[in-house]
Design a protein around this ligand. Structure first.
Ligand code: G3P
Ligand code: MG
Length: 247
């Protein structure tokens, strides 16, 4: 049988193996490394700006302390988001989503993870939809979330935007990987990479859904996913992943 095509390579939080995660440096590096896209995390600041950051606090990735949802953007933009990763990246800032769109919009796929898990009923999805429309990026942006309500909101507001349903590893993700997950609009399933099976891919493809696992850098796992015919792999080192996938 013919081998399935090589999956698209999506850089998780940018090229986060070699640059500070979720910074413009990491996103640009992913583009230069030939990634097919980036994944990034977005949530609202205290004054409702769309800030690109993974954790609910700034403590791990910046030189500051505190919750993102209690800090206005004026305070967040003062923080250094690069030096903790390496001195070479000192001066990197927490980007706003609009800055990522301005720098890289339309150049490759931007997978925006809607990360309002602490505030599931906030206006995050509505704001990201509006920004994506305003930048004319509906065709080159994809949303994903572990909160499936975000997918329903996005589909209502912008039927053309591609949607990925994120599911937690193992048992924690079982319900959403099954029939319950299908109650929510989606174009793709975004499972933890170890949960991907041949039948998962077959069933999803029959429904017209992609399978885009996260977050995988292990060579054997990447080869397995390629054999299974997944559509994208979300990885921290896109150049290394591509070499493995093409090998
Ligand atoms: O979107 C895939 C992956 O980013 C989900 O987990 O915690 O890295 O945002 P996390
Ligand atoms: Mg993420």
């Amino acid at each position: 049988m013919e081998k399935p095509p090589i999956p698209l390579v999506i850089a998780h939080r940018g090229c986060s193996a070699h640059a500070p995660e979720n910074t413009l440096a990491a996103f640009r590096m992913a583009h230069e490394a030939g990634a097919d896209g980036i994944e990034l995390d977005v949530m609202l600041s205290a004054d409702d700006r769309l800030v690109v950051i993974h954790d609910a606090t700034v403590d791990r990735t910046t030189n500051g302390n505190g919750r993102v949802d209690r800090m206005p953007y004026a305070a967040l933009r003062e923080l250094d988001a690069g030096a903790k990763f390496s001195e070479a990246f000192q001066g990197e800032r927490l980007p706003l989503l609009e800055q990522v769109y301005e720098a890289l919009g339309g150049k490759f796929l931007i997978n925006v993870e809607l990360k309002n898990y602490a505030h599931p009923f906030d206006q995050l999805t509505q704001k990201v939809v509006r920004l994506t429309q305003a930048h004319g990026l509906v065709d080159s942006v994809m949303f994903s979330s572990f909160n499936p309500l975000n997918l329903s909101r996005a589909r209502r507001l912008e039927p053309r935007i591609r949607l990925g349903l994120l599911t937690f590893p193992g048992n924690a993700g079982r319900v959403l990987r099954g029939k319950v997950g299908l109650m929510f609009p989606q174009d793709a399933l975004h499972p933890y990479f170890e949960d991907v099976t041949a039948s998962m891919v077959e069933v999803a493809h029959k429904r017209g859904h992609q399978v885009n696992p996260w977050t995988v850098d292990d060579p054997a796992a990447l080869k397995r996913l390629r054999e299974l015919g997944v559509d994208m792999v979300i990885c921290n080192d896109p150049a290394a992943a591509r070499l493995i996938l093409e090998g």
